[in-house]
Design a binder for this molecule. Structure first.
Ligand code: SAM
Ligand code: SF4
Length: 343
């Protein structure tokens, strides 16, 4: 079992398998002129698998693949199959914008993917297109259907809440009435240079005009949900006991309307930060190990993976555990975009 210097058990690794994406969400990437890392700077699947084998020996048992959009990387299904075959891996999950799930969901299940989170921030086709800069809502919805048809359980939906988007949170709640869909409302994090003015990373504005005022505390989202649900006749929103929460390794707190098949969760990285329960490390697509989403002190894994020295890989993982900060201390600027870190 791996613990960090604050006694937290670290058993979860998020791996960004690519910095590329088929969408351009305004809080994540600039519209144009994104400089993709050249393929020779991106870890090969084999390097990721080598890293995972050592990470498992050091206590990691759950891996989440993210990006960029993980499903745009060729060979992702076989990568899942090989990761799943590593002794000691209990679960492989995927965070995706969902648009390619109609193509890959079935093959991913067969390869051993255990769970899937789809990111979708608006159920209004125009707003969705604006947020994603040209994405089609129908593609993302088809992805959710494909995830259910393929038999994933749980299927979770991530919704980043942004005040100026004026999202109708009740519409998401309605989606969780008939199907066991677990919707999680995530506080928008103004990352990057312009924590003052929208997301992005240093010197590379993502080109929107959201500000700190666009951060909506989860407590407010819950109040809105409860009031709107009651007014719509869905009943009282009640907390779900931790033991009954949909399978997860995450920081969400879940709620449910009576008779709903699914749940509604909130994730509050800023208003109630959960650093004390943090169980994760992050591997970036270019081979850096990050100890915290908001901490730019990265360890270079690529170098040791190139050398192929297992003990050197182990030493980097241990150094990461030793240097993992106790908390993000509201230090919400990062030098990288979310798409490079993996969210
Ligand atoms: N392309 C995949 C997707 O969209 O799910 C995986 C990568 S994406 C960077 C991972 C998650 O980060 C998504 O759920 C996305 O909504 C979230 N994210 C990106 N920028 C964010 C921000 N500024 N605040 C909160 N969440 C953000
Ligand atoms: Fe792509 Fe996901 Fe970033 Fe949107 S949030 S641009 S889908 S990586």
């Amino acid at each position: 079992m791996a613990t960090d210097s604050f006694g937290r058990r670290i058993d979860y690794l998020r791996v960004s398998v690519t910095d590329r994406c088929n969408l351009r969400c305004v809080y994540c990437m600039p519209e144009k002129g994104v400089e993709w890392k050249s393929p020779d700077r991106i870890l090969s699947f084999e390097q990721i698998e080598r890293f995972a084998e050592v990470a498992v020996e050091e206590g990691i048992s759950k891996i989440r693949l993210t990006g960029g959009e993980p499903l745009v990387r060729k060979g992702i299904v076989d990568h899942v199959r090989r990761l799943r075959a590593i002794t000691g891996i209990e679960s492989i999950a995927l965070t995706t914008n969902g648009t390619l799930l109609p193509i890959y969901a079935q093959a991913l299940v067969e390869a051993g993917l255990t769970r899937v989170n789809v990111s979708l921030d608006s159920l209004d086709a125009d707003v969705f297109s604006r947020i994603t800069r040209g994405g089609m809502l129908s593609d993302a919805l088809a992805g959710i259907d494909a995830a259910f048809e393929a038999g994933f359980d749980p299927v979770k939906l991530n919704v980043v809440v942004v005040r100026s988007l004026n999202q109708k949170v009740l519409d998401f709640a309605k989606m969780a009435m008939d199907r066991p869909l677990h919707v999680r409302f995530i506080e928008y994090m103004p990352v990057g240079e312009d924590a003052e003015e929208g997301g992005g990373c240093a010197g590379d504005s993502t080109g929107h005009h959201w500000t700190r005022d666009d951060h909506v505390p989860s407590d407010e989202t819950l109040e809105t949900l409860a009031a709107a649900g009651k007014a719509a006749g869905l009943g009282e929103l009640a907390a779900v006991a931790r033991d009954d929460a949909p399978g997860g390794w995450g920081p969400a707190h879940y709620y449910r309307f009576p008779d709903a098949a699914g749940t509604l969760g909130v994730i509050s990285p800023l208003s109630h930060h959960f650093c004390g329960e943090c169980n994760r490390l992050r591997l970036t697509a270019d081979g850096r190990l990050r100890t915290c989403l908001f901490c730019d002190d990265e360890l270079d894994v690529r170098k040791v993976l190139d050398a192929g020295d297992k003990e050197a890989i182990r030493a980097v993982i241990r150094a990461a555990l030793a240097s993992k900060p106790e908390s993000h201390d509201m230090r919400i600027g990062t030098l990288r975009r979310m798409s490079q870190i993996g969210g």
